[in-house]
Write a protein that binds this ligand. Structure first.
Ligand SMILES: *[C@@H]1O[C@H](CO)[C@@H](O)[C@H](O)[C@H]1NC(C)=O
Length: 323
């Protein structure tokens, strides 16, 4: 029943609705099993989506909304890096540099610090065109102060930096060579985010908007929700800090340093969305800045292979990204 007072009640509730988290935008075609997605649009308008699994799955679509079609693997024979996990590559990151696509990937096994970040390159991104460059020199082993996974490339002041990690001691960064196939000689890893009270943070993305560099990361437990579910609120969620530099000084909305536990929530579990993470941010020509990620649709299932591709527009008008 609708009467005048309930209409007033609805209007009064609207500001609350605006503060809520939007549901993922539409996705058609193959939208499941898209862990740790990476998105880029080719000059001909084709969208490419890369994701963890096998030897990095390639999906393409005519639009961000789909329909997405599987096209094959980036490295059908696995990585040349001689480490356990070289047939099960993780966490792709994609960049376009001087006519060449650079795809960074991780070689590791679950819960292991024996890890390395590798690189594959292609001029078109189509399946069958990728060449494996192998390790970029970001390597970890037990005892190192980080885990060499989840690389993300950013250009800052004419230099390239690879932000990565970690689950061990937070998020780190190294300077890369001017052609970012390897670490700049003399550069060593610097910690840019860490929470001493909860070290489960990984999957960084650095994105420039306006005069700030935004460091997005995934915090919490990523995987295996069908076997063992973390305490409520400890599952994956997407967080952010910002700085006027891409290489440090990141703070959250309250001014708390990202190296001492700072971090502002961008997207946590909500509605039927559970454990969103593995995110990236893309400056889309149609939608503007877009946050993309994987998530569990609680109406579908909690297994890693059931994770869905999600995306939302980001609004930076307050100086902080809002979904
Ligand atoms: C961004 O958010 C602000 C504040 O909530 C709002 O006024 C503005 O309309 C939003 N912009 C877009 C493009 O939605």
């Amino acid at each position: 029943m609708v009467n005048i007072s309930s209409l007033f009640y609805f209007a009064a509730a609207l500001p609350g609705l605006v503060l809520g988290y939007a549901l993922p935008e539409a996705c058609s075609g193959t939208c499941t099993n898209s862990h740790d997605p990476a998105i880029i649009r080719r000059a001909d308008g084709t969208y490419f989506r890369f994701s963890t699994g096998g030897r990095i799955a390639i999906h393409t679509a005519p639009a961000l909304t789909g329909p997405w079609t599987y096209r094959g693997a980036v490295l059908p024979s696995g990585s040349s890096i001689a480490l356990a996990g070289n047939q099960d590559l993780w966490a792709p990151d994609i960049a376009y540099i001087n006519g060449i696509y650079y795809l960074y990937y991780s070689v590791s096994t679950f819960g292991s610090q024996d890890s390395a970040i590798g690189l594959a390159r292609s001029s078109s991104m189509d399946a069958g065109t990728w060449t494996d460059v192998g390790s970029v020199g970001v390597r970890s082993s037990p005892g190192k102060p980080y885990n060499a996974i989840d690389g993300n490339l950013i250009s800052f002041n004419g230099n390239y930096y690879l932000t990565f990690g970690s689950f061990w001691n937070g998020i780190h960064q190294v300077q890369m060579k001017s052609t970012p196939t390897g670490v700049q000689s003399g550069s060593s890893a610097v910690q840019v985010a860490f929470d001493p009270a909860d070290t489960a943070m990984e999957g960084p993305t650095v994105f420039k908007h306006g005069s700030y560099y935004y460091l997005f990361f995934s915090k919490g437990t990523c995987c295996g929700y069908d076997k063992s579910r973390p305490a409520a609120g400890k599952e994956y969620r997407i967080m952010v800090c910002r700085s006027t530099s891409a290489t440090g000084g990141f703070v959250d909305k309250n001014g708390k340093s990202c190296t001492s536990g700072g971090g502002t929530v961008v997207l946590p579990s909500h509605n039927w969305v559970y454990g969103p993470g593995g995110q990236g941010v893309y400056q889309d020509p149609t939608y503007g800045p877009v946050l993309y990620y994987h998530y569990v649709d609680t109406r579908v299932g909690f297994a890693d292979g059931q994770k869905r591709f999600g995306w939302n527009k980001l609004n930076f008008s307050s100086g902080w990204p809002v979904v």
